[in-house]
Design a binder for this molecule. Structure first.
Ligand code: HEM
Ligand SMILES: *[C@@H]1O[C@H](CO)[C@@H](O)[C@H](O)[C@H]1NC(C)=O
Ligand SMILES: *[C@@H]1O[C@H](CO)[C@@H](O)[C@H](O)[C@H]1NC(C)=O
Length: 354
C-alpha cells in the first residue's frame, strides 16, 4: 500500500469512528428520561407502573421474589433436543399448558399478576418477564444492576414439560438439565444466588399460611444464603418428610434438597461467594444476562440496560447467625478454609416468615 493509500485508510477509519460516536448520542424520551437508544423510551411508563402497582412502591418483597423465579422458569424452557423457545414468555402466553407442570407449582400467582401489565403495555410477554425480573431485583439492597435487552418476539409454542429442575431431582440430573440449556456448574451456583432473596410457599404443605425463607435475610441480596447452606442442618421449619426438603440450621428456614446437594458438588465455587459481594454481584449479573437470552437472538435485540434502576448498596458483612459458629460449618471445599466470620450477638432467633 502507498503512503497516500494508507493515510486515506486512516482517515476513513477515523470517519467511521466519528459516525459511531454520533450514533450513540443519548436520546431524550418524551417524559424527559434519557437513554442510549430511543427504542428504550417505551420502557419508562412500564417501569413506573410495575414499581407502583406490582412491587408495592419499590419493595424487595414477595412479587419481586416470584418475578425473579419466573424469569428462570420461563427461560429454562428450552432444550436443543426437545424444543421450547427459552426466554420467550411462553409461561404467560401458554399459561394453561405450562403452569400445571409439576415444577411450576405456585408460579400461576405471579403469571396471573403479570398478565394485565403485558396486556396493557406494548411489550411481548418474554420481554416483560425479564424486564420485571431485572427491575424487581433492583429493589433489593446489595443486588447488581441487571442488564435488559428488548425485542423478544412472541412465543409460538409452549415449552415442553420437565425442563424446570425440581428440588428432589438428583444433583446429576439437575446439572445435566442446566448443561443441556447451556449453563456450566459455576453458572448454576451463580444463578442460585437468587435464593438469597427467596422463600418457599409450596414445599411444605403443612406451613400454608406463610412463606419460609431460604436464608435469614430474604429481602437483601447478600451472601447469607451461601453461608447458611454450609451450616449443619438440625430441624425442619414445619414437618419432616416433604419431598425436596432437608433439615436447615435455623428455626423457620427452608433448605431445599437441591441446594444441599449442589453445594458439596461445587464446594469451592459455592464457598467463594461467602462474604464476597463483588463476586456475588458480577457472577449473578453475567449468569442472569445469559439466562434472559436463552434461545433468543441477541443481535436482534436492543440493549436497554440503562433503564434498569441502580439498586441500593448494602454495607453488611456476612456473619454466622446468633448461636452458630465455624464449628457448625460442614466444610466441603478442601482447598480453601471457610472465611472468618463473626457471630451475630444476642439470643438464638428463628427466621420470621415472609
Ligand atoms: C437447581 C435448580 C433450582 C431448583 C430445584 C429450585 C427450586 C425452587 C423451589 C422448590 C422454590 C420454592 C417455590 C415455592 O415453594 O413457592 C424456589 C423458589 C425460588 N427460586 Fe428456585 N430453584 C432452582 C433454581 C433457581 C434459579 C436459577 C433461580 C433464578 C435465577 C431461582 C429463583 C428462585 C426464587 C427467586 C425463588 C423464591 C420465590 C418466592 O419467594 O416466591 N431458582 N426455587
Ligand atoms: C409496539 O411496539 C412495536 C415494536 O415492538 C412497534 O413497532 C409498534 O409500532 C408499537 N405499537 C404501538 C401501538 O405503539
Ligand atoms: C472475590 O472474588 C474475586 C473474583 O473471583 C476474587 O478475585 C477476589 O480475590 C475475591 N475476594 C476475596 C476477599 O476473597
Amino acid at each position: 500500500m502507498t503512503f497516500s493509500g494508507l493515510s486515506s485508510l486512516i482517515l476513513a477509519l477515523g470517519a467511521v469512528q466519528l459516525s459511531n460516536a454520533a450514533s450513540i448520542k443519548r436520546a431524550t424520551c418524551a417524559d424527559g428520561n434519557t437513554v442510549t437508544n430511543a427504542a428504550c423510551c417505551v420502557l419508562f411508563p412500564i417501569l413506573e407502573d410495575i414499581q407502583t402497582n406490582l412491587f408495592d412502591g419499590g419493595e424487595c418483597g414477595e412479587e419481586v421474589h416470584e418475578s425473579l423465579r419466573l424469569t428462570f422458569h420461563d427461560a429454562i424452557g428450552f432444550s436443543p433436543s426437545r424444543g421450547g423457545g427459552g426466554a420467550d414468555g411462553s409461561l404467560i402466553t401458554f399459561s394453561e399448558i405450562e403452569t400445571p407442570f409439576h415444577a411450576n407449582l405456585g408460579i400461576d400467582e405471579i403469571v396471573e399478576a403479570q398478565k394485565p401489565f403485558v396486556a396493557k403495555h406494548n411489550i411481548s410477554a418474554g420481554d416483560f418477564i425479564q424486564f420485571a425480573g431485572a427491575v424487581g431485583v433492583s429493589n433489593c439492597p446489595g443486588a447488581p444492576r441487571l442488564q435488559f435487552f428488548l425485542g423478544r418476539p412472541d412465543a409460538v409454542a409452549p415449552a415442553p414439560d420437565l425442563t424446570v429442575p425440581e428440588p428432589f431431582d438428583s444433583v446429576d440430573s439437575i446439572l445435566a438439565r442446566f448443561a443441556d440449556a447451556g449453563f456450566s456448574p459455576a453458572e448454576v451456583v451463580a444463578l442460585l444466588a437468587s435464593h438469597t432473596i427467596a422463600a418457599a410457599d409450596n414445599v411444605d404443605p403443612t406451613v400454608f399460611t406463610d412463606r419460609t425463607p431460604f436464608d435469614s435475610t430474604p429481602s437483601v441480596f447478600d451472601s447469607q444464603f451461601f453461608v447458611e447452606t454450609q451450616l449443619r442442618g438440625t430441624s425442619f421449619p414445619g414437618t419432616a418428610g416433604n419431598q425436596g426438603e432437608v433439615e436447615s440450621p435455623l428455626r423457620g428456614e427452608m433448605r431445599l434438597q437441591s441446594d444441599s446437594e449442589v453445594y458439596p458438588r461445587t464446594a469451592c465455587e459455592w464457598q467463594s461467594f461467602v462474604n464476597n459481594q463483588s463476586k456475588l454481584q458480577s457472577a449473578f449479573k453475567a449468569a442472569m444476562l445469559k439466562l434472559s437470552l436463552v434461545a433468543q437472538d441477541k443481535s436482534k435485540l436492543v440493549d436497554c440496560s440503562d433503564v434498569i434502576p441502580v439498586p441500593p448498596t448494602l454495607n453488611a458483612a456476612a456473619h454466622f447467625p446468633a448461636g452458630l459458629t465455624k464449628n457448625d460449618v460442614e466444610q466441603a471445599c478442601a482447598a480453601t478454609p471457610f472465611p472468618a466470620l463473626t457471630t451475630d450477638p444476642g439470643p438464638v432467633t428463628a427466621v420470621p416468615p415472609v
